[in-house]
Design a protein around this ligand. Structure first.
Ligand SMILES: *Cc1c(COP(=O)(O)O)cnc(C)c1O
Length: 442
C-alpha cells in the first residue's frame, strides 16, 4: 500500500518512508491511500492480539520490505494483554484496559510496534548515518512508552522533550530513568511548545538529515496502525459473544487512539458509535458544535496527557471524513472538566471499587452523563488509557487510600533519574543533538 499526505500535494510514499519520516514532504501527515474492506468473519477467532494485528495490518504492509516481518513485529511488540472487563454494576458497559504494557499506558502498543518495526527497517546507507535519532515530544505517557520501546536498541538514540511541571512525578520518573541511548529534556514551556520544537527540528532539513531524525509521536503512522488491533480484538470478541457491535468511548487528546478506532470501523470491524471524551481542552467538541476548527493554547488539567489545544491527528480525521459534517457523522465528543473528573474518580470507586486514572475518568463521566436515548440499546466499552498508579498524587486524596503499583511500574520507579533543562528554542535542541549522547548509542 502507498500512503498519501493529508495536504494532498505529495506523491504516495511507501510504508517505510511513512515510518521513517515524521511528515510528508509537503508538511502534511501520512494517511493510507485506501482503507481496504476486511471480511470480519475471516479474522482469527479468540483474543490473540498478535494474530489479529497481523490479519488486520496485512493490507497496509503489502508491497513493503517489512511485509514478511509483520507477524514477528506483532509478536515482539504486542506481548501483553488488552482485556475487556465488566464495569461492575452497569450491565451495558465494560472497560477495555490498555494499561498492561511496560509503562502502564496505551501508548505502549504503538510505541513497541514502532520500535520493533524500526529494527526491521533497512539501514539508510545513502545518508551515511551511524544512528537514527527518535525525537519525541510528550505530555507524559508518549515519552515513557517510546523510551521503553527503544531503550537499548542498536544504532538508535532517543530524545524525549517534556514540559517542566507538566507531567506527574511518576511520569517524570518514567521519562528520566533510562540512561544509555535515551536522553530526557525538560523544556521550560508547555506541551505545545515541546511539539512545536520537535516540528521545527523535523522541518529543518539539514538538522534532520544530519541526525537521521525520526518521529515516534502519535503522528507516526507506525504507531497509529497497530492501535487498530485492540479495537479489532475487543469488537470481534464482543460481537462474536453477543451478536451485537459495541460502541466505544475514547479519552482523547491528540486523537491518535480515537482515530485508530474510526479507521478500524471503516475497515469493517463490528464497531457501532464512537464517542470522544476530552478534558477541559474543548477544541474538538467546539469544532463539532460550530463547524469551525479553532486551535488554541492548551490548558492544564488533571488529565494532563490530554492537554492538547490543537490535536495533531485532526488533519487525518478531516481527510477521512471530508468536512465538519462528515466528522459529525463519524464521532460525537464531550468535554469533561476537572471537577467532573474528581467526582467521577470518587463515584466509580465508591460504586464498583474500580480506580480510574483521570483520563479514563473523562470517558466514564461521558458514559454516566449520556442522555438515555443515546445510551440505551448499545453496549458500551469505555477505553481505560492508563493505570491509576501513574497518577497517585491526584487519585489517592480523592479516594482516601493508596493505589497499588504494578510490578513493571515499580521496577522503573526504583531506577536513578536524569534530565537536562532546556529553553523551548530550536538552537537549544540543536546544541544537544550535536553533542554526543551521554551513554553512547551502541
Ligand atoms: C496520550 C494519552 C491519551 C490521549 O491519547 P491521544 O491518542 O493523544 O488522543 C489519553 N490517556 C492517556 C493516559 C494518554 O497517555
Amino acid at each position: 500500500m502507498r500512503f498519501l499526505s493529508t495536504r494532498g500535494s505529495a506523491g504516495g510514499a511507501s510504508l517505510e518512508d511513512a515510518i521513517q519520516h515524521a511528515l510528508a514532504p509537503d508538511g502534511g501527515l501520512y494517511v493510507p491511500e485506501t482503507l481496504p474492506r476486511l471480511d470480519a468473519s475471516a479474522l482469527p477467532a479468540g483474543d490473540n492480539l498478535p494474530d489479529i494485528a497481523t490479519a488486520v495490518l496485512v493490507p497496509f504492509f503489502e508491497g513493503s520490505t517489512l511485509a514478511d516481518a509483520l507477524p514477528q513485529i506483532a509478536r515482539d511488540a504486542l506481548n501483553f494483554p488488552a482485556p475487556v472487563v465488566s464495569l461492575g454494576a452497569q450491565r451495558d458497559a465494560s472497560v477495555l484496559e490498555l494499561y498492561h504494557g511496560p509503562t502502564a499506558a496505551f501508548k505502549d502498543f504503538g510505541a513497541r510496534f514502532l520500535g520493533a518495526g524500526v529494527e526491521h527497517l533497512r539501514p539508510v546507507p545513502e545518508l551515511d548515518i551511524p544512528e537514527r535519532t527518535i525525537l519525541c515530544a510528550t505530555s507524559g505517557d508518549t515519552g515513557s512508552a517510546v523510551a521503553a520501546a527503544f531503550h537499548g536498541r542498536a544504532r538508535t538514540r532517543v530524545i524525549v522533550l517534556y514540559p517542566a511541571g507538566g507531567v506527574s512525578a511518576r511520569q517524570e520518573q518514567q521519562l528520566t530513568c533510562w540512561g544509555g541511548n535515551v536522553e530526557a529534556l525538560r523544556v521550560r514551556g508547555t506541551f505545545d511548545d515541546c511539539q512545536r520544537l520537535a516540528k521545527a527540528a523535523f522541518a529543518d532539513t539539514r538538522l534532520s538529515a544530519e541526525h537521521g531524525l525520526a518521529s515516534a509521536n502519535s503522528i507516526n503512522l507506525g504507531r497509529l496502525l497497530p492501535q487498530m488491533s485492540y479495537y479489532a480484538s475487543a469488537s470481534l470478541t464482543h460481537s462474536r459473544a453477543t451478536g451485537r457491535r459495541p460502541s466505544f468511548i475514547v479519552p482523547t487528546g491528540n486523537l491518535g487512539n480515537a482515530l485508530a478506532c474510526v479507521w478500524a470501523r471503516a475497515l469493517g470491524l463490528p464497531i457501532d458509535d464512537i464517542v470522544l471524551a476530552t478534558n477541559a481542552n474543548r477544541t474538538i467538541p467546539d469544532f463539532l458544535a460550530t463547524g469551525a476548527y479553532e486551535p488554541r493554547p492548551s490548558i492544564a488539567t488533571l488529565a494532563s496527557a490530554m492537554d492538547v489545544g490543537d490535536p495533531s491527528n485532526m488533519a487525518r480525521l478531516l481527510a477521512f471524513a471530508g468536512d465538519a459534517a462528515g466528522v459529525r457523522r463519524c464521532v460525537r465528543a464531550q468535554s469533561v472538566d476537572d471537577a467532573a473528573i474528581r467526582e467521577e474518580i470518587a463515584g466509580t470507586c465508591r460504586e464498583s471499587g474500580r480506580i480510574a486514572c483521570p483520563h479514563t475518568a473523562t470517558a466514564l463521566h461521558v458514559l454516566r452523563t449520556m442522555p438515555e436515548d443515546e445510551r440505551a440499546g448499545r453496549d458500551w466499552i469505555v477505553v481505560a488509557t492508563a493505570h491509576p498508579a501513574k497518577f497517585e498524587r491526584i487519585i489517592e486524596p480523592i479516594i482516601g487510600r493508596t493505589v497499588e503499583v504494578p510490578a513493571t511500574l515499580a521496577a522503573l520507579l526504583d531506577r536513578p533519574a536524569h534530565a537536562t533543562d532546556i529553553e523551548p528554542r530550536l538552537e537549544a535542541l540543536a546544541a544537544i543533538l550535536r553533542r554526543n549522547p551521554p551513554g553512547g548509542a551502541a
